[in-house]
Design a protein around this ligand. Structure first.
Ligand code: LLP
Length: 415
């Protein structure tokens, strides 16, 4: 059974009609297919079958506990970027010993929490951060496990906002500086070298830049080994893209092939940090048409989801397919699919040919990654519910936020 399909003109997620999901849980609502999540994970398992490897799911793509616990059960590790993500992973039953901690701005409390929890490795992004981790480890009488995230200065060829491996980006430590830093770590009683890390960008559809980065990492590993510095792993980050429109997205097997070839001579364990490619295609944002509005120049379908629920179109001009909950036979008309938020940038899709009426359901597809995770309360809109479908079963995995929760943490002044 495919995760999303039409049966007699009606859209189903696995065995469940989207209309029954909308009725039971309301809209807007994120809907995930458990089978699609498992299939995506299995794609990576197949790609890495011949190699000692650990998949560290990038929690930022979608941090729902149900998704984290599913991946933990499948044997996944996790790539985190905050104390909040660490707490989620632990709450979901993730093993701290499979966690890598990336990010350029790790705070003292976050480093302390991660050390105390016993994470596998810190991906260090600056010399100043290394010094901070060393101080904290010293104070805790511990040894902090370290990989340096190197910046290989490679153009990932993706949207500038999600490119991370160029010299001008804030991420990582320039490759030429890494070797000296490894020597420093090697001589510290409070630091332990685990590996090398690297991540050059997201939504990559061509593996060539990632393979080039892998080659540079392998090269650094060679030099470190020659200097007597042993590594346990190479972490090549995430980045594999998905098809949002009609792009060809390589499978994990296709994507990993040249990357594995680039590190073929190395025996260290391979870590990867995929996010989008594990969850993106497995999720949709389900919303209902509130009004059709026929304007002077354009026609609008005003739906109950908005940029606060899915900000990728507004932020990156990202394209997501928008498909009807039920196919009508009337002729299609072009609509801009917009939300109720008071911004002209509040759209989910522009000029989409659709046959729809007020009250119809629309599904924004490929929304499982960086959808709910980047949602906000802008315009004081409660955040959407999240539902996991498993065969013919539905599970509410995040309740819709209530109006009361919106300002529960606020205080008005008494005067
Ligand atoms: N590892 C690190 C260190 C990262 O910074 C990221 C993503 C990943 C792994 C996972 O990358 P992925 O496999 O998902 O491409 N909000 C943007 C994407 C931002 C990606 C940030 N870093 C979007 O909606 O397209």
């Amino acid at each position: 059974m495919t995760a999303f399909h039409y049966h007699r003109g009606t859209l189903f997620v696995e065995g469940v009609d989207v209309h029954s999901i909308a009725e039971q849980y309301g809209t807007p609502c994120y809907v995930y297919s458990r089978a699609a999540l498992i299939a995506a994970y299995d794609g990576y398992r197949a790609a890495l079958a011949d190699r000692d490897a650990l998949i560290c799911y990038a929690v930022k793509a979608n941090a729902n506990l149900a998704i984290l616990s599913l991946f933990a059960r499948l044997g996944s590790g996790f790539d985190i970027v905050s104390g909040g993500e660490l707490a989620r992973v632990l709450a979901a039953g993730g093993q701290p010993g499979t966690v890598v901690f990336s990010g350029v701005g790790k705070r003292v409390e976050e480093i302390r929490a991660a050390l105390t929890a016993g994470i596998y490795c810190f991906n260090v992004e600056s010399e100043a951060e290394l010094a901070r981790i060393e101080d904290i480890a010293h104070a805790l009488n511990a040894r902090a496990p370290i990989a340096i995230r190197v910046n290989p200065d490679i153009d990932a060829g993706t949207h500038p906002y999600i490119s991370t491996g160029l010299k001008r980006n804030k991420f990582g430590i320039p490759l030429p500086q890494a070797e000296a830093l490894y020597r420093r770590i090697h001589s510290s009683p409070h630091l332990e070298i685990k590996g090398i890390a690297c991540h050059i960008g997201s939504q990559l559809l061509d593996p060539a830049p990632a393979a080039e980065a892998a080659a540079r990492i392998a090269d650094l590993a060679n030099r470190l080994c020659a200097a007597g510095i042993r590594l346990q792993h190479l972490d090549l980050g995430g980045g594999l893209g998905i098809s949002y429109r009609d792009e060809h997205a390589p499978s994990p097997v296709e994507f990993m092939r040249p990357i594995l070839a680039a590190i073929a001579g190395r025996t260290e364990k391979l870590l990867i940090e995929p996010g989008r490619s594990l969850v993106g295609a497995a999720g949709m944002l389900l919303s209902r048409v509130e009004y059709l509005k026929f304007g002077a120049e354009r026609d609008f379908a005003i739906v109950d989801a908005a940029m606060n629920d899915l900000m990728r179109p507004a932020l990156y001009d990202a394209y997501h397919d928008i498909i009807p909950g039920h196919r009508r036979s009337d002729p299609a008309r072009e609509f801009d699919i917009v939300g109720p938020v008071c911004e002209s940038g509040d759209f989910l899709g522009l000029a989409r040919p659709l046959a729809i009426a007020a009250g119809d359901l629309l599904a924004v597809t490929s929304a499982g990654a960086y959808g709910m995770a980047m949602s906000s309360n802008y315009n004081s809109r409660p955040r959407a519910a999240e539902v996991m479908v498993d065969g013919s079963l539905t599970h509410l995995v995040r309740e819709r936020e209530t109006i009361a929760q919106l300002f529960a943490n606020e205080h008005s002044l008494p005067y």
